[in-house]
Design a protein around this ligand. Sequence first.
Ligand code: SAJ
Length: 454
Amino acid sequence: MSALVASLLEKIETRRARTGVVGLGYVGLPLAVELANAGFHTTGIDLDARKVQAVTQGESYIPDVATAHVRALRDAGKLDATSDFSVVRDLDTINICVPTPLRKTKDPDMSYVVSAVEAIAEHLHPGLLVVLESTTYPGTTDELVQPLLEAKGLKAGIDFFLAFSPERVDPGNPTFQTHNVPKVVGGVTPDCLRLASALYGTAITSIVPVSSTRVAEMVKLLENTFRAVNIGLVNELALMCDRMNINVWEVVAAAGTKPFGFMAFYPGPGLGGHCIPIDPLYLSWKAKQSGFDPRFIELAGHINGAMPHYVVEKVAEALNTKRKSINGSNILLAGVAYKRDIDDMRESPALDVMGLLHARGAVVSYVDPYVPEVHGAHWSGKTDVKSVEAGPGSFGRYDCIVIITDHAAFDYEAMVAEADLIVDTRNAIPTSAPHVFKLGAPRPEGQPRDMAAV
Ligand code: SAJ
């Protein structure tokens, strides 16, 4: 074991190591708090002055992190924050938790990772352990990050240490938080793996070492591609059931009774969020670079991407039973967040449904207790839209209500009692009724499949 490795191991084991986290978002702030909690002096680095100020003032802006916890760690001198990367000179370890979004071209946008790594490289010193956590394509750590860090002459695995460990943060999950979700770790060399595993081992209950950074990068992409492909499968099943007069929700519920070899996924209006729609495209992009045609990923993307169109056709079908058209109808979307009981609307299919209905002449409004406003930049209608005060007593004002996000806060009984028509894309309404049209289920009683048959 080299002197540098032995020295850093000893600093980690005695908690004398000074740790740092770049990117104080829903991944970085919880990690910084866990490292500080483990006994390390931890410095958060973020270019967003508001985040730095909040931590400096002992406040949390991430629901999963209690302000009291941040304040206690700050008061104990264990946690601070800055926008100045020169602190890296005094750090022994640094974890990078910055976004990896997509460009408009649907290619990986590595700009946040590159700028963070370049800023670290400016202050790279012998003995520093660098760990990338951002979800990315296999090969990022050794093809992109390592050369940027080695540009000044220091060598990974000898002078400094480099690893990859995918973030597995599920915001709002009451059971699984940073400290108790098993942590997969891959190192550029065995010493890099050993040091990164030792660091995480002080704060996280279970460490899963793997043989390389590429394996660790691929693990995360498998996890989220698994979801996207299975959601695509069940969405295609919903389209089939629609044609075959079968209730897909009943099918999935019954299949879910199988105690092994099956995992229930549910149809929906499309795929939202900043992970599931995006991570598989990082994998397919890299696969294509390696001359491989990632058909499953692309097919799932097509099916999931077509669901908003299917929802709009279902609205047209429902209105048609009242001899109405989408054009000129007053349509309310119930929910715009990408999944229930959260306020995040990134990549939400509701934005696509809003745009499609608007393009066909509907007067579209939405109600979402978690999302007060949708900015014009986020949907094709381009106008800022505020959530309306729709609730019991006012559901009758609309020609059709489309349940896009099944928030628990909605009064579904009042909706069924008052609304003229409902299109339910989440099986939020357990009963059937002549005016409730469900995604992937037979027409309501009395509504023939083909109105021409009337
Ligand atoms: N969705 C369906 N049908 C399903 C499940 C999800 O249509 O059966 C839709 C959701 O409505 C949403 C999108 O897919 O629009 C993504 O939903 P998600 O439940 O996968 O939630 P996310 O995007 O918050 O995914 C995160 C991921 N966590 C990390 O990447 C660390 C994912 O790996 C988790 O499995 C997921 O949370 C989770 O299980 O909550």
